[in-house]
Design a protein around this ligand. Structure first.
Ligand code: AMP
Length: 192
């Protein structure tokens, strides 16, 4: 299974991806985590990404596509993977399809966690308080920008994948366990 876990910032993609990783034995590819590690390591990528991430904007497509191209070559991806935070633009989605096709692979499903903006803001505000601002992009201003960027640049992917017949939606306002059960039911249905 090669999955995309899709949704706005704060929808719970990371939490659900960790659960799915355990449940289905998939590699979890979280581009935000990879970028934060690059920033921490002060690599070339990290230096280019840092200010962009702090503004809540998107790192350029060519950098992200190169990062993913390398990551899906890792051996742990052979048994399938969950993309968490990628693709975030149409060009990224097109590049992903090409990368997979070259390996003789394709996407199994795109699972979109649906959460209204008001709920996202409340969740992230809580995360900021709880983490004491551990993530430098967890500020109210950056959050507002990230949600706007999501609507402008990332949400169009919903239609893109719907047209390909790959899109499944889940109510992301429910509890973590309920969302996990809903996602698992979709995936088990696909396997039958
Ligand atoms: P995340 O942890 O997925 O919310 O990502 C944190 C930040 O990393 C985002 O706000 C973007 O600045 C950057 N980022 C992560 N994934 C991507 C991507 N696929 N394309 C562009 N920027 C990304």
């Amino acid at each position: 299974m090669n999955l995309i876990l899709f949704g706005p910032p704060g929808a719970g993609k990371g939490t659900q991806a960790s659960r799915l990783k355990e449940r289905f034995g998939l590699a979890h590819i979280a581009t935000g985590d990879m970028l934060r590690a690059a920033v921490e390591a002060e690599s070339e990528l990290g230096k280019r990404a840092k200010a962009i991430m702090e503004r809540g904007e998107l790192v350029p497509d060519e950098l992200m596509i190169a990062l993913i191209a390398e990551r899906i070559e890792e051996p742990d991806c052979r048994s399938g993977f969950i993309l968490d935070g990628f693709p975030r633009t149409i060009p990224q989605a097109e590049a992903l399809e090409e990368l997979l096709a070259r390996k003789g692979l394709r996407l199994t499903a795109v699972i979109a966690l649906e959460v209204p903006d008001e709920v996202l803001s409340a969740r992230i505000e809580r995360r900021v308080q709880e983490s004491g601002g551990a993530r430098s992009d967890d500020t109210p201003e950056t959050l507002r920008r990230r949600i706007a960027v999501y609507h402008q640049q990332t949400a169009p992917l919903l239609d893109y994948y719907r047209r390909k017949g790959l899109l499944y939606t889940v109510d992301g306002t429910r509890s973590i366990d309920e969302v996990e059960r809903a996602v698992a039911a979709i995936l088990e249905g696909l396997h039958r």
